[in-house]
Design a protein around this ligand. Structure first.
Ligand code: FAD
Length: 385
């Protein structure tokens, strides 16, 4: 391989470039991103950055890193098309050839076609976060559409800044896709105790400059609204190039698309979960980073064992750090341990471990799940003790 091109210079695209060098790749690496800033981390956008406005904590590496590593960084550049037949991409009307292509295009905010949706702000990029901070500073109330991780992290920051905060969630519980019903309830109590108003099972029907109107007819007055109701994967480039899409760019256990010259990773990729075999698409720093490392190793060292890194995730809401090790299916049952740890179970197999402010159990769970054999309920007591 002479030249590897990476589309998307976020968490995973950056990591792929860095890992290719770490694995000893001596050829050309071109990292193309359509945002103007140096590659940066998104998690602080709804946490420390939202609180402090300190953007110096965001870049994944300083500019000198890319020079020193010989990584050609093309920021503010958008890839418009992939021509698989001749192995090249079009960047701002200029063709760039590749020997291998890595798709790391991430996601964008879902914008449902609701009346007045144009009044809502987003929280996905640094430029979104800047606009949101500006709105925060002049307001006394905010409506948050969507009770997932990002909406709730933002709600906690806004509440701490003294705003009146209302969260409207269409589902009957918070973070419903990701955690057990018991954990959702614990967080609902926490946010209520902070003084946030929660409206569950009541989708937003309309937005105006004055506030939100819910399906039930209730209205929420607010100075501005954040839309945090999920994302859509950026799969259009891949789809137009004829690659299969199944809730994301479909890849195999080596994170390869059907085209042996194209890999995909992170938020935009659907990959087979090693335990259940079902295709999953994860929106986490862990997936983007571990996918990138796996792809870099395969490209440089050749065939290797199927991808099977243990998924993990965190979310900071006020003084609570939620951590999840593993990956539960929605139907997995939940069992609470005396120390508050919540286990998700498929039969006797522990599929995920949810903890709050308990880094020790989280780290031990991740380690135990990474041993190569399934973690069973009967083994868990020894681990937590
Ligand atoms: P991204 O980092 O999104 O990068 C994709 C990049 O590709 C973007 O810059 C995009 O503009 C660019 N791009 C797309 N199409 C093109 C094109 N055609 N040409 C050029 N460039 C293109 N995860 C956690 O694990 N824990 C957290 O606490 C957490 N908090 C978060 C808080 C916020 C506010 C947000 C937004 C995300 C958070 N995440 C968190 C999720 C995490 O940031 C993502 O999972 C991760 O960034 C995914 O990496 P990625 O490389 O797949 O995509």
């Amino acid at each position: 391989l002479k030249r590897i091109v990476i589309i998307g210079a976020g968490q995973g695209g950056f990591q792929a470039a860095a890992s290719l060098r770490q694995e000893g790749f001596a050829g050309e690496i071109v990292l193309i991103g359509d945002e103007p800033e140096l590659p940066y981390q998104r998690p602080p956008l709804s946490k420390t950055y939202m609180k402090t406005g300190d953007a110096t904590i965001l870049p994944l590496r300083p500019e000198s890193f890319y020079d020193a590593q010989g990584i050609t960084l093309r920021m503010g550049s958008r890839v418009e098309a992939i021509d698989r037949a001749v192995q090249r991409v079009m960047v701002d009307d200029e063709p760039v050839a590749y020997d291998h292509l890595i798709l790391a295009t991430g996601t964008r905010n879902l914008r449902p076609p609701l009346p007045g949706i144009e009044h809502c702000l987003d929280l996905r990029s640094l430029s979104d976060a800047k606009a949101l901070r500006a709105a925060l500073s002049g307001a006394s109330s905010v409506g948050v559409i969507g009770g997932g991780f990002i909406g709730l992290e933002f709600a906690a920051v806004a509440r701490a800044a003294g705003l009146e905060v209302s969260v409207a969630e269409a589902a009957p519980r918070l973070m419903a896709r990701a955690v057990s019903a018991q954990m959702s309830e614990r967080f609902a109590e926490k946010h209520r105790a902070l003084g946030t108003m929660l409206r569950l099972a009541d989708p937003v029907a309309e937005i105006s400059a004055k506030g939100l109107t819910l399906a039930s007819g209730k209205s929420i007055a607010c100075d501005f609204a954040l839309l945090s109701a999920g994302v859509v994967p950026n799969t259009e480039l891949a789809a137009e190039a004829g690659l299969s899409i199944e809730n994301g760019i479909k890849v195999d256990t080596q994170l390869l698309t059907e085209d042996p010259a194209i890999s995909a990773l992170g938020d935009c990729a659907s990959f087979p979960d090693p335990f259940s075999g079902r295709l999953v698409r994860l929106e986490s720093v862990q997936a983007a980073t571990d996918h990138a490392r796996h792809i870099a190793k395969r490209l440089i060292k050749g065939a290797q064992a199927p991808y099977r890194a243990v998924p993990w995730f965190w979310s900071d809401q006020a003084d609570w750090k939620l951590q999840i090790a593993g990956l539960a299916a929605p139907e997995d049952r939940a069992e609470e341990l005396p120390d508050g740890t919540m286990l998700r179970l498929d039969g006797e197999r522990v599929t995920a471990v949810e903890t709050v402010n308990n880094a020790k159990v989280h780290m031990r769970s991740r380690k135990a799940m990474g041993q190569g054999t399934p973690l069973m309920l009967e083994d868990f007591a020894a681990l937590a003790g």
